[in-house]
Design a protein around this ligand. Structure first.
Ligand code: NAD
Length: 379
């Protein structure tokens, strides 16, 4: 029996992405899967219903009915309580789950006996790179952040020599040089600016320099487990703050992307540092969703303090929904290759490292320790 894969329309406010795009649907239906898409699911991302039909999907209008009929549900955002209610026990759900911040929904999925895979828990090993939704969406976010900054600046970014005089190039500082930060650096470089980058991981220095930017050096290496950053000691934080404060004061545009998985974003730019920035300067805080890298950031808002514009945009990938969805969909296609056998049936053995690592809920049990512990403590 072919497996029935369902893609509902995203219900989260201002979510414009869709989990699958027609190109992936075509590949799935060709290999024998049935794909059902909710009407209008791809419209905001630039994928009309007709394109899904032509790719072999059925387009259906009943949101709850679609969920009830699914064997596999593919979503961008963690399912809502109402969506989980519509699912039958044993349904597989794959989405970005944000587990520690979605405890009520995780508990609901546990009680509904669905099988939930969290794309945000995928092990970041070489074999899983093609499925790495965090990287693909961070690429989009970094690109958008550079453009938002450029749009808010009252200045040109590149150097210009014109009959009306010479314009000096702007200075851009990118704090946090992971996937998003590197994309912000690359985008800013393409706009012709002088860019400086900084990260607590020394390994990031080489990547920053390879993009033609300068790397700010601090004599510490804070690379922790799995290639992510560890938290800094108090003395290290002081040294970092002094160096960062100087660079911030000198920049026209500051883009901050620093994050520590599962924790509040580190504070890198304090109020007194913003006060030292030139009027007209701009700070784009990509970490707004997890508390912000700047103490003045208002998540989801753009505020002006001492003449400095501070933007705290949320869900940036949704602002570039066509390509964000295309990349997300390609990631899902790779993930489904592990979840389906060659004959198109669902696998039931989740011992594969990638499946096991991303398995959030199965058989009425929360499999990922942090939300499981929080739920035990909270109920
Ligand atoms: P992230 O979003 O968790 O963090 C963003 C950046 O903030 C990181 O580079 C981190 O080092 C930095 N940071 C944290 N605290 C900071 C501070 N106090 N000051 C300055 N910077 C700070 O990270 P990410 O972008 O998802 O990826 C982190 C690393 O993992 C990168 O090196 C990336 O290339 C690597 N990665 C590897 C794979 C793989 O398949 N092997 C896949 C994706 C990412």
């Amino acid at each position: 029996m072919p497996v029935r894969i369902v893609v509902p329309k995203e219900v989260a406010v201002s979510e414009r992405r869709v989990a699958l795009v027609p190109e992936t649907v075509k590949a799935l239906t060709k290999s024998g899967s049935l794909v059902a898409i909710e009407a209008g699911a791809g419209t905001a991302a630039g994928y009309p219903d007709e394109a899904f039909r032509q790719a072999g999907a059925t387009v259906e209008t009943d949101h709850a009915g679609l969920l009830r009929s699914a064997e596999i549900v593919l979503k961008v955002q963690v399912p809502t309580l109402e969506e989980v209610e519509a699912l039958r026990p044993g349904t597989v759900v794959v989405a970005l789950m944000n587990p520690s911040r979605s405890l009520e929904r995780v508990a609901k999925m546990r009680d509904a006996k669905v099988t939930a895979f969290a794309l945000d828990l995928l092990p970041r090993i070489t074999r899983a790179q093609g499925m790495d939704v965090l990287s693909s969406q961070a690429t989009v976010a970094g690109y958008r952040a550079a453009l938002i900054g450029a749009g808010l600046l009252p200045k040109f970014l590149p150097m210009l020599t014109t009959a009306a005089g010479t314009i000096r190039p702007a200075k851009v500082l990118v704090l946090g040089a992971g996937v998003a930060g590197l994309m912000a650096i690359a985008t800013a470089r393409r706009l012709g600016v002088i860019v400086e980058g900084y990260d607590v991981r020394r390994a990031a220095g080489e990547q920053v320099r390879s993009l033609g930017a300068k790397f700010l050096e601090l004599q510490i290496n804070a690379e922790g487990a799995g290639g992510y950053a560890r938290e800094l000691t108090d003395e290290e934080k002081k040294q970092e703050a002094e160096m960062v404060a100087k660079a911030v004061a000198d920049a026209d545009l500051v883009i901050t992307t620093a994050a520590i998985p599962g924790r509040r974003a580190p504070i890198l730019v304090r109020e007194e540092m913003v006060a030292r920035m030139r009027p007209g300067s701009v700070l784009v805080d990509l970490a707004a969703e997890t508390g912000g890298n700047c103490t003045l950031t208002q998540p989801g808002e753009t505020v002006v303090r001492d003449g400095v514009t501070i933007a705290g945009p949320l869900n940036l990938p949704s602002q570039l929904p066509f390509h964000a969805s295309q990349m997300f969909s390609k990631n899902l296609q790779s993930f489904l290759a592990l979840l389906l056998t060659k004959e198109g049936a669902r696998v039931t053995d989740y011992s594969d490292e990638v499946l096991a690592g991303s398995l959030l809920v199965s058989d009425g049990t929360v499999r990922h320790a942090p939300p499981a512990d929080l739920l035990r403590g909270g109920t």
